[in-house]
Design a protein around this ligand. Structure first.
Ligand code: SAH
Length: 263
């Protein structure tokens, strides 16, 4: 039996990862024109993506309590609009998830930042992500100082396009593989942290096994298609997982044979 530890209550009763919520800012606020020129020009819509990112961080992430400077810097730096389909680029910095094809979604920016902060990564940490999707979460992780990132994606087309995108955007050092993440990546275990961005109905045992002692796993667990609970687990010296309930979330289902076979 897993020991349930301290339960932390967030001010937010319901965190939405893959369910649309009302954008934080007025939709037609003009973008500042004096932002950094380091992002590519937009597709003729006059948007300033660096300015939008800064607003996203201040209004939807910092304001909700994410305070780790490295995480905030990564959220400021990674060009989220280049991880979503072109038709969604102008909405890339909104306070909601977006479709990325194949029935999958890129999580709301706040959820990406929160989950990243909960991993408590330090320089030199090795982190495994299950559910590469667009590659955005992996890029955010790779942007943290001296973090080694491994990421698994079950849908071959997404795995391939994310790998290519990460390479093109300067994140070629992220290790990508197409595989059922239920089984983790044993060749590179143990991991200091594991982040799961699709929702299984139980914690995959191989992932628990591949977590280092003292390691953190952040994972939504619950029924597919509904709301789940976002858990942070910390692996104890005796191998048990101490559990922290971080609130309600809605993620796309964790698929693949591994989970079905284990039931
Ligand atoms: N982290 C992603 C978004 C995740 S959406 C991003 O930043 O864009 C969840 C992803 O998990 C989907 O791409 C889905 O195909 C993948 N997935 C679901 N079950 C999986 C499994 N068993 N192994 C690996 N990936 C899985």
């Amino acid at each position: 039996m897993r020991r349930i530890g301290v339960i932390l209550n967030l001010a937010l009763a319901l965190l939405t990862a893959c369910t649309a919520v009302t954008p934080a800012g007025p939709p037609n606020t003009p973008s500042p024109t004096s932002g950094s020129p380091s992002t590519p020009p937009s597709q003729g819509d006059g948007a300033d993506f660096a300015g939008q990112r800064e607003r996203m961080v201040i209004e939807t992430i910092e304001r909700r309590g994410v305070s780790n400077e490295d995480v905030l810097n990564a959220m400021r730096a990674v060009p989220r609009h280049l991880f979503v389909p072109e038709a969604e680029q102008t909405r890339a910095y909104g306070d909601y998830p977006l479709p990325i094809g194949y029935g999958q979604t890129i999580s709301q920016p706040y959820i990406v930042a929160l989950m990243t902060e909960l991993l408590e990564l330090e320089e030199g940490s090795k982190v495994l992500e299950i559910g590469t999707g667009s590659g955005y979460q992996a890029a955010v992780l790779a942007h943290l100082p001296s973090i080694e990132v491994y990421t698994l994606e079950i849908i071959p087309e997404l795995a391939e396009s994310a790998h290519e995108r990460l390479g093109n955007l300067g994140y070629a050092h992220v290790h990508c593989k197409q595989a059922d993440g239920y089984f983790g990546w044993p060749e590179h275990a143990p991991f200091d942290a594991i982040i799961v961005t699709a929702a299984p109905d139980h914690v995959p045992q191989p992932l628990a096994d591949q977590l280092a002692e003292g390691g953190r796993m952040v994972i939504p667990v619950g029924p597919p298609g509904g709301y789940q609970t976002l858990w942070k687990f910390v692996k104890q010296p005796d191998g048990e997982l101490q559990a922290f309930n971080m609130g309600g979330v809605a993620f796309v289902p964790f698929t693949g044979g591994g989970m079905q076979e284990s039931e």
